[in-house]
Design a protein around this ligand. Structure first.
Ligand SMILES: [Zn+2]
Length: 268
C-alpha cells in the first residue's frame, strides 16, 4: 500500500515512500535503499518533475504517453515499478494467508516509527524476510546462473517487475551469458528497453562492459538507433567521474561532443 502522499522514491526497490519511512531507509544506507526526493532531488536533466501523487507514469505498457521530456528516466522506472506492484516483491510471504495467521503483519500507518515501522522496514529490505524463497539447492551458483539467464532474456520485454523480482532473488546485473556472449544490458540496449536499462544500471550493470566481440551496451544502443538510450548510458557510465570533475572544476565534461575531460582544461 503506497503512502497517501509519497514524497520519496527508493529507486533500487521500486517503491514510493513517505517522509517517515524515508528517514528509516536512509539510516539503512545506500546499499540497501537509494532514496531520492520526487521533486527536489537532482534527477537527470531531461526528466519531467512528476507530481508526487501522479502514478500514471506506469504507462509504458498500457499505452499512456511516456514522459514528454524523455523516457530515459529513473523516475519513470520507479513509477512504472511502483504502479505494477513492485512492493509485493518485498512483501511476498506477507500475502500468504498462512503467514498472516502466524501473526506477522505489515506495519500500519498509525504505528510508531520506532520501533514498529523501522523494524518492519529493516526486516523487509535489509533482511529480505518476506521475499519469495527459492527451494534450497545444493549449488547456489547454479541457481544464480539460472536466474541470471532468465534476467538476460527478460530484459528484452517491458516487464520491469519480473526483472526486479529476478534481481531480488540473486540474478546478476552484469552476468556474462556464456552462449550469447553478452550481458543483460546489451540485450536491453539492443531492444530499446530504456527502463530495463535504468533498472540494470541501478543494480550495477556496466554500460561499458564488452560483449564477446568487444562491443559495449552503448554501441548496441547506437547501432539500434536508440539514441536517447545511448546518451543516457553514456551519462551513467561517466556519472562518477563527472561528479568528481564537477566537484574539482565546477564543470561537467561534454560527452555529446566527445569531450571526456573538462573543455576549459583541455583548451589550456
Ligand atoms: Zn511511510
Amino acid at each position: 500500500m503506497p503512502p497517501p502522499d509519497p514524497g520519496w522514491a527508493s529507486i533500487n526497490r521500486g517503491v514510493l515512500i513517505c517522509d517517515e519511512c524515508c528517514s528509516v531507509h536512509r539510516s539503512l544506507g545506500r546499499h540497501i535503499s537509494i532514496v531520492k526526493h520526487l521533486r527536489h532531488s537532482p534527477w537527470p536533466a531531461t526528466l519531467l518533475q512528476v507530481g508526487a501523487g501522479d502514478t500514471g507514469m506506469g504507462g509504458m505498457r498500457t499505452g499512456t504517453p511516456p514522459c514528454p521530456l524523455g523516457p530515459a528516466c529513473p523516475l519513470q522506472m520507479v513509477h512504472t515499478l511502483a504502479s505494477n506492484g513492485a512492493n509485493s516483491i518485498w512483501e511476498h510471504s506477507l500475502l500468504d494467508p498462512a503467514q498472516v495467521q502466524s501473526g506477522r503483519r505489515k506495519a500500519n500507518p498509525q504505528d510508531k516509527v520506532h520501533p514498529t515501522k523501522s523494524e518492519f522496514i529493516r526486516a523487509k529490505y535489509q533482511m529480505l524476510a518476506f521475499v519469495h524463497k527459492l527451494p534450497c539447492r545444493d549449488d547456489d551458483g547454479v541457481t544464480a546462473k539460472d536466474l541470471s539467464k532468465q534476467l538476460h532474456s527478460s530484459v528484452r520485454t517491458g516487464n520491469l517487475e519480473t526483472c526486479l523480482r529476478l534481481l531480488s532473488l540473486g540474478a546478476q546485473a552484469n552476468f556474462f551469458h556464456p552462449e550469447k556472449g553478452t550481458t543483460p544490458l546489451h540485450v536491453a540496449a539492443k531492444a530499446g528497453q530504456i527502463l530495463q536499462a535504468e533498472l540494470l544500471v541501478v543494480y550495477g550493470a556496466d554500460p561499458g562492459a564488452p560483449d564477446v566481440n568487444g562491443r559495449t551496451p552503448i554501441d548496441y544502443a547506437r547501432q539500434a538507433a536508440q539514441h536517447e538510450l545511448a546518451e543516457r548510458l553514456v551519462e551513467c557510465q561517466y556519472e562518477l567521474t563527472d561528479r568528481l570533475a564537477f566537484y574539482l572544476c565546477g564543470r561537467k565534461p561534454d560527452h555529446k561532443n566527445g569531450h571526456y575531460i573538462i573543455p576549459q582544461m583541455a583548451d589550456r
